[in-house]
Design a protein around this ligand. Structure first.
Ligand code: NAP
Length: 242
């Protein structure tokens, strides 16, 4: 059985990814920051469908906490290794740049960009030793096209897109692929206050996407079938930007 770690698996896109990977036979490590009830709901849905998983709580912006929790997991599971990592956890804290505080800038950069480095290095050595791995980063349309009010978030996501390309070049020879998916507007808690009726006019497919539509692409990238795709960013945005 292969082990997959999904950050931010308690809600939204991450939850859909956990369910899809579990349905495809992965044992899923469901990470979350604070919402233990929703994380448990994700786990219960997985086990209710006959899948397997466990919860692993840490803040993806906290390097020490990640090291501690991952070390604990490795000691408890000495013969196992995470072969699929989905760096999904993310936040927004929007503001026009003239009004943006240091805190808004730093929190968004730490949670969306630093987290890629902190979490990925925890699983990289074992992927290299075992000569198989899939790293999938959930980025955003904002990191590709830019978005007014999101200089912090766009900078973080664009940083992850560039890191995806560099890491793919570093570890391709070890049979490890590194890719990103870039959603546009997807119906989750993150977008619940947006006016879909107004915004859908900007979207050629005329609607927001669903978490499941992102999860399907992630599950494909995690599979054997995607073995010759690396360094790529796949847009899932209903045609808004390519
Ligand atoms: P969401 O519904 O707000 O869920 C966020 C998830 O991330 C939750 O599971 C949350 O855990 C977790 N999380 C947040 N901060 C964390 C931290 N510091 N450490 C660990 N976990 C943390 O968000 P979403 O819409 O599913 O977004 C998922 C990803 O897709 C993000 O990277 C986001 O930037 C990206 N994205 C979303 C959209 C969209 O339209 N929704 C578009 C483009 C990109 P708790 O439950 O414990 O809080």
């Amino acid at each position: 059985m292969k082990y997959a770690l999904v950050t931010g698996g308690s809600r939204g896109i991450g939850k859909a990814i956990c369910l899809e990977l579990a349905a495809n036979g992965f044992f899923v490590l469901i990470n979350y920051k604070s919402n233990s009830i929703e994380a448990l709901n994700t786990l219960n849905e997985i086990t209710g469908n006959g899948g397997k998983g466990e919860l692993i709580q840490f803040d993806v912006a906290n390097s020490e906490e990640i090291s501690l929790k991952m070390e604990e997991w490795k000691i408890a599971n000495p013969d196992k290794f995470v072969s699929v990592l989905v760096n999904n956890a993310g936040i927004t804290d929007d503001n026009l740049m003239v009004f943006m505080s240091d805190k808004q800038w730093n929190t968004v950069i730490r949670t969306n960009l630093d987290s890629f480095f902190y979490v990925t290095r925890q699983v990289l050595t074992n992927m290299v030793v075992n000569k198989w791995g899939r790293i999938i980063n959930v980025v955003s349309l904002s990191g590709q096209s830019g978005m007014a009010g999101q200089t912090n978030y766009s900078a973080a996501k664009a940083g992850v897109i560039a890191a995806t390309k560099s890491l793919a070049m570093e570890i391709g020879k070890k049979n490890i692929t590194v890719n990103a998916v870039a959603p546009g507007f997807i119906r989750t808690d993150m977008t619940k206050d947006l006016n879909e009726n107004e915004l859908k006019k900007l979207i050629p497919l005329n609607r927001f996407g669903t978490p499941g539509e992102v999860a399907d692409v992630v599950a494909f990238l995690a599979s054997e079938k995607a073995g010759y795709i690396t360094g790529e960013t796949i847009s899932i945005n209903g045609g808004m930007y390519s």
